[in-house]
Design a protein around this ligand. Sequence first.
Ligand code: SAH
Length: 257
Amino acid sequence: MSDPPASIHEFDVSLICAYFAALERQGPGSPAVTVQALDFVDNLSAASRIADIGCGTGGQTMVLAAHTPARITGIDLFPDFIDRFNANSRTHGVHDRVTGRVGSMDDLPFAEAELDLIWSEGAIYNIGFARGINEWRRFLKPGGFLAVSEASWFTRERPEEIDRYWRAAYPEIDLVSTKVGQLEQAGYVPVAAFVLPEACWTDHFYAPQAAAQERFLRTHAGSEAAAELVAAQRHEAELYQKYKQFYGYAFYIGKKL
Ligand code: SAH
């Protein structure tokens, strides 16, 4: 029997960037869900400062920009994503207050208590949820908000196949209730936690990939790594279809005490 396809985490970073740069989103989510999460955040004005951490090409950042007058800084590790982010911000006519910067979420370029809102969709897993919410807190003003989406278990029991897959990909995946507890522990009032609808995975994440995969395979014809990356993404999408009642993403919104 052949080995199961590798997880995305085992691929070359530049290949992953090339694959995802062509997509509007690099993780599960949707404009409607971004707006829904933003509705829990009070008191944003033109004087407010928002950071979107692990912003990717800025799909969700442009939605934030359309719904708040605040100044937004997007931070991502990968320069290609930031180039696209800044092009996006110009296309949307918001480049005077929405700027992408290359940087790492473990070394953020903000001052203590500078931010009114820290946003992060599908990215905090790169340093881990518990570490991220604890380390980022000092950049928030008292009363400031944190809104992050994160892979989460929906049930206490689950089939072995999906349990093993996620423990290898992201061992910090956990129950929604556990993550809400971690928010409290880190000094946030848990304002809301909600599960993202399935369409955030199917219509907004996997469907656009299906079209992009054909183009990617043509561009990287003959590359075994590219073929394996596509196989891994298809495997992930199949697992989602099979096991979506057991896991998905949840949004967590906390207010700094
Ligand atoms: N928020 C976007 C992208 C999510 S994918 C969306 O929802 O579409 C995760 C993002 O985290 C990628 O863009 C990746 O480049 C970025 N990333 C990974 N490690 C990072 C780090 N250490 N610091 C900042 N960004 C990082």
